[in-house]
Design a binder for this molecule. Structure first.
Ligand code: NAP
Length: 236
């Protein structure tokens, strides 16, 4: 019913956290996964965990912010698998600071990974997807990109950018049966959020109707839906 079985997914930032949970939930539902990450050891561990679920999986080291590195990585992935059906642009970083203290490097590094990285991988993989008249792309944005947050101007701008990018590309690719969507998770328990002070975490918990933080699996479930045949009328 999901239509995931036997298909191939590329998940960026799959070396840990939400990306790993996405790769593993896809494997549980019958997809093979290319686990892409800067952290080669983490990606290799994710691929091993996916293989333990009975699917094929491989790890690829790549800096999503570099278009040359992404082109090289996509060539390697396409040598491993002739067709890629799913792309999940999940790699992301945060470098928080108040605007007046934010350095150009903090601004640029976050835009480079979160927004340019999404552009790089989408551009590189949409060509073969267009050719085969099938593709599903899910970009991981954030509630911060919708509501904003003090101390995260760079992160908020990058994640709002991901939403605009998603809506534009969805319109370009819909006629070729390549569907493009974004997910904007709230506070998810991963390494990215573990470092926040307890006081801040408690304040955030109070904003959440369910009164608890989400898990990577919660995000992965939404991604699975958007990649599946159940969402074949959902784009942008
Ligand atoms: P995470 O635990 O920090 O994992 C992110 C992964 O991306 C890491 O393995 C990291 O590798 C990798 N990465 C960083 N820069 C990269 C690059 N240039 N090229 C390739 N891989 C790179 O973060 P997470 O919490 O799972 O977040 C995953 C995504 O969800 C991000 O886009 C994040 O913005 C988004 N998100 C998270 C939350 C949350 O509350 N956690 C909420 C909303 C949205 P290294 O370890 O080597 O840096």
């Amino acid at each position: 019913m999901l239509g995931i079985d036997g298909k191939t997914a590329v998940v960026t930032g799959a070396g840990q956290g939400i990306g790993r949970d996405i790769a593993l939930l896809l494997a549980e539902n019958g997809a093979d996964a290319a686990a892409v990450d800067m952290n080669e050891a983490g990606a290799a561990e994710t691929a091993a965990l996916a293989r333990a679920k009975g699917r094929e999986a491989a790890a690829f080291r790549c800096d999503v912010g570099s278009s040359e590195d992404v082109e090289r990585c996509v060539r390697e992935i396409l040598a491993w698998r002739a067709e890629v059906h799913f792309l999940v642009n999940n790699a992301g970083i945060a470098r928080d600071n108040l605007l007046l203290r934010m350095s150009a490097a903090e601004w640029e590094s976050v835009l480079r990974v979160n927004l340019t990285g999404t552009f790089n991988f989408t551009k590189a993989l949409s060509r073969p997807m267009i050719k085969s008249r099938f593709g599903r792309i899910v970009n991981i944005s954030s509630v911060i990109g919708v509501f904003g947050n003090a101390g995260q101007a760079n992160y908020a701008a990058s994640k709002a950018g991901v939403i605009g990018f998603t809506k534009a590309v969805a319109k370009e690719l819909a006629a070729r049966n390549v569907l493009v969507n974004a997910v904007a998770p709230g506070f998810i328990e991963t390494a990215m959020t573990a470092a926040l002070p307890e006081e801040r975490r408690e304040w955030m918990r109070q904003q959440i109707p369910l009164g608890r933080f989400g898990s990577g699996r919660d995000v992965a479930a939404v991604v699975l839906f958007l990649l599946s045949d159940l969402a074949s009328y959902v784009t942008g």
